[in-house]
Design a protein around this ligand. Structure first.
Ligand SMILES: Cc1cc2nc3c(=O)[nH]c(=O)nc-3n(C[C@H](O)[C@H](O)[C@H](O)COP(=O)(O)OP(=O)(O)OC[C@H]3O[C@@H](n4cnc5c(N)ncnc54)[C@H](O)[C@@H]3O)c2cc1C
Length: 355
């Protein structure tokens, strides 16, 4: 029996499973899925979990069941590549024949002193729960600073302001306009929404230091009760520590078949992989489909495709509280209730297909 070990049951890991199970797994292959959480987590909803507007249960999806799928609950600490073993905290190592590493990403603090220690995060379920707890225990009038006005910062700020209008929310953005990679019309729509909901946007900001309950914008101190960091991500430390070439997000540069250049039995997936797009759940799923194609060829003793067509992304959608949204579908910008409805519909479909 060959053992395919998948590290991380996130969007990429789940897609690998759904492509192989129940009927596409060769008889002589077993799968071991390792995750520190005993269920698949809907990371795209962590902003709502942290804001306290959905329950913990709503971001959980059960892993699939199959006689040749072993689910291993544990914390991956490293890979012993010579011995083909995955190392786990306080547990026996796991042997692999083929390994897929889809351990997601972590916050990137860009060397800002104190950011790691004194800010809260929504990059893992555990950290989102801590953020939920601290945000939801705040008395009225408290100041919440959110550093970074990309998709996750905007979603968190809007969700929180809609449900807790007693808080003073400040959204720090590096650019002249928030969501600067989107068309102007869309940035303005989102800025107007924030103006109407009393979220203060601080453009052209540069956070130079963070202390307990205080951040420094261009070295000017600003007192806050809670600071949440949404200002950048990097690949999981397990792959950042690999000796291979990496991009500026610590994502590993791969062959067109998505394996390491030095080992055709180790594939890197999702937020850990250097791909020609920003990390996203859609991208992780598209890449997972291609990895399964490669695996199936190799298991059959055939050559995998020499290259793949670019992974097609359908667009990007963000929420502004429960009723409004914004996004790009192809080249078209959409805003308002329709954008929010489409986003909710996509989530519903995802849960329906994976639940
Ligand atoms: C607030 C927010 C909103 C987002 N919205 C969107 C969106 O609308 N659309 C979109 O496409 N993308 C969105 N994203 C990005 C998307 O969530 C990620 O790109 C996607 O989750 C990446 O999938 P992945 O499989 O690489 O990793 P993940 O889904 O993060 O899965 C990684 C898995 O690895 C496990 N893990 C990590 N480290 C260890 C370890 N050491 N040991 C054991 N297990 C470990 C984790 O528990 C997790 O299950 C959003 C992200 C955030 C934070």
């Amino acid at each position: 029996m060959r053992n395919l070990v998948i590290l991380g049951g996130g969007y990429g890991g789940m897609k690998i499973l759904s492509e192989l199970l129940p009927n596409n797994l060769p008889e002589d292959v077993t799968i071991t899925l390792v995750d520190r959480v005993p269920y698949h987590c809907l990371k795209t909803e962590y902003y709502a979990l942290a804001a306290g507007t959905i329950s913990d249960k709503e971001v959980r999806v059960c892993f699939p069941e199959h006689p040749r799928l072993n689910i291993k609950f544990g914390e991956v600490t490293g890979i012993a590549r010579e011995e083909k073993k995955v190392l786990l905290k306080d547990d026996e190592p796991i042997n692999y024949d083929d390994l897929i590493i889809g351990l997601g990403c972590e916050d990137k603090y860009h060397g800002v002193p104190g950011a790691d220690e004194f800010t809260y995060s929504i990059q893992s379920i555990g950290k989102s729960r801590e953020t939920y707890s601290v945000l939801n225990n705040l008395p009225p009038g408290s100041v919440v600073s959110i550093v970074g006005a990309g998709l996750s910062g905007v979603e968190l700020a809007s969700e929180l302001s809609e449900s807790r209008d007693d808080l003073k929310i400040k959204l720090f953005d590096r650019g002249k306009h928030i969501l600067s990679s989107f068309p102007d019309r869309l940035s303005k729509y989102v800025e107007n929404w924030f103006n109407r909901h009393n979220v203060e946007i601080i453009n052209n900001s540069n956070i130079t230091k963070v202390e307990e309950k205080r951040l420094y914008n261009h070295d000017e101190p600003i007192d806050c009760d809670v600071i949440v960091w949404t200002a950048g991500i990097q690949a999981n430390k397990i792959v950042r520590d690999f000796p291979e070439e990496k991009d500026n997000m610590g994502r590993v540069v791969l062959t067109p078949q998505h394996n390491l250049k030095t080992d055709e039995h180790i594939y890197i997936l999702g937020d850990c992989a250097s791909l020609p797009h920003a990390p996203s759940a859609q991208l992780a799923e598209g890449q997972a489909e291609q990895i399964v194609e490669v695996l199936r060829k190799r298991w059959n003793g055939e050559e995998p495709p020499a290259s793949f067509p670019p992974i097609k992304l359908k667009g990007i959608l963000g929420s502004l509280g429960k009723k409004q949204g914004f996004g790009m579908m192809g080249n078209s910008a959409i805003t308002g209730r329709v954008a929010r409805l489409i986003k909710s519909g996509i989530l519903w479909m995802y849960k329906y297909h994976n639940g």
